[in-house]
Structure formats: structure tokens, C-alpha cells
Ligand binder design. Sequence first.
Ligand code: SF4
Length: 308
Amino acid sequence: MPYTKTKYPPWSWSNSRKSTFEECKRKYYYNYYLSHNGWEDDADEMSKKAYRLKNMTGIHLILGSAVHEAAEYTCKIISGSGKLPEKKVLIDKVRFLLNQAWKESKNPRQWMQSPKRYFMLYEFYYGYGISEKVIGKIKKKMNASVPNILNSKTVRDIVNNDCTVKITEEVDKFNIEATPVYAIPDLVYRADSDNWIVVDWKTGRENEEHDSQINTYSMYLIEKHGVNPDNITGRIEYLTTGKARDVEISRNSIQENKEKIRNSISEMQECLADAENNIPLEMGEYPMMENRKLCKWCNFYELCHRSI
Ligand code: SF4
């Protein structure tokens, strides 16, 4: 669809939008409203800045993305050739992305011009730097996560049982009433005709919210691919520790998750001046988070720091 400039952003819901809304209302406003049109030459300076900051990342997030890419690549290789890629190939891929982010972050001018195209690590942008200790932690996490991809329950299942990989990182959405819901499962595969497995790769700590995410991905399978919920199993692969946790999907869990999403949609829409057109209230109506200790690590710190 050709790009059309709109005064306000299109309305939608996603798990990451919900987490931002719950974490800090001001961050939510910057991320989903102020940054809108910040890519346009005639946008105001605040919107341009919010758009740039929204596109910034951190070294731990880059590692997470790189490990995700390595997992996706592994599944594509298995799906195409039936063979596992070499561990070294995966480590090189992860290293390449980390090095690229590091190198590009040293050139703020090119990032300012194209914040979506180039990386900027907030550790460099805000002048904190990345200590030897953090580099050591990143290396340790990379060296643990990559072999854990190859030894994961999911990869062993696909290789040993000749399963069919159906979806890897497909960007798609389905609707709950009038709200488009974005659901991007990391991987979906079929063990047999009655058995769909929805996988989420994680490089962070275990969290109960992950079960909701898996349920949302399952809703996508039900809505867009007509899969019976009784035939779906969710699985969270914690790649740092190598632990896999299966999540039971049922009509009840799907219904409960749908209710949670509906409640979250209502809460977000209460913060709008006009819900039909997704027009936000004034910025002051989106309070800054009370505990400011974590603000230093927020992408939008520059927009808030005078009030902190
Ligand atoms: S710097 Fe703090 S208050 Fe400001 S948006 Fe970020 S988390 Fe919220």
C-alpha cells in the first residue's frame, strides 16, 4: 500500500505497546504519538527527536535481536536442507551484528540523518560507554545462547521428527473488534497435522507475561490460519539458560487473554481525546514514571532529564 501521511498514527494494539503503557505513560506518549511523522522533513523538532530516540537501541537489545536472527536462520536452514548450521556460522552472525552496531554508533551524524537505517546504542549516545565487565557479560550470554539454539527442544524436534516449519517472524495482524492486534510469532511449526507448536525465543529472564504473548500468537493462528486451539502448544525457549517451557493453550486461556487485551485497549483509549481518530490528550496527561531510577536507561531520557 502506498505511504500516505496522516496527522495522527493509526490505532493498533500489541504486547510491546501494552508493556510500554504499563511501564511509563510518558514513554508511551513519546513512542506512539510524539514520534509520529518525525521522519518528515517538515516535522517539528520534538517529533523528529522522539522519532530518532525511539529508533535507538542498547547493547543487550542488540544481542537479543542477533540471537533471534541466528535462531530464525537455523530454522530456515533446517527447513531447506534438513541439516543444522555450524555453531561458528551462528556465532559469526551474532558478532557481526554487535560489531556493526558498535561501529555505526560512533557516527552519530549518519544516524541523525537515517535513524531507522543505522544503529545507535544509547550507551554511546548518552556517553555512558560500555565497560569491560558488560562486554564480558555479552560474550558470556552469546556463548551460552548460540549452542542453546542448536540444542533447544524446538530444533531437536524439527530435525529428529522431520517437522514442517510454517512461519518465521512473519509480521501480521488480526482484529479484536475494531482494533488491529499485531502478533509476530518467532516460529510456528507442525509436528503433525493435528499439532501446531508456537515458539517464542527469549534471551531475557523468565516472566509470566510471556504466557500472554504466546496466547496472543496462538490467537493469530486461530484467527488467520483457522487452527483449532486444542491443536496448539505454546513454547518459550529461554536461550540464555537453555530451559524450554511449554504453555498449555486452550479455549479458556485464549478467552482469558482476549479479555486482558480488551481491558488493555480500554485503558489505552481512556488516554485519548478522540478514540475514533486516535488523537492523544496533551502530553502532560501522560505522567512520567514515579520511580526515576531507571530513567537513565530509557531511550527518551533526553526529553525528560530536565524534569528528573
Ligand atoms: S525518562 Fe523516565 S519518565 Fe521519561 S519517558 Fe523515560 S521512563 Fe518515562
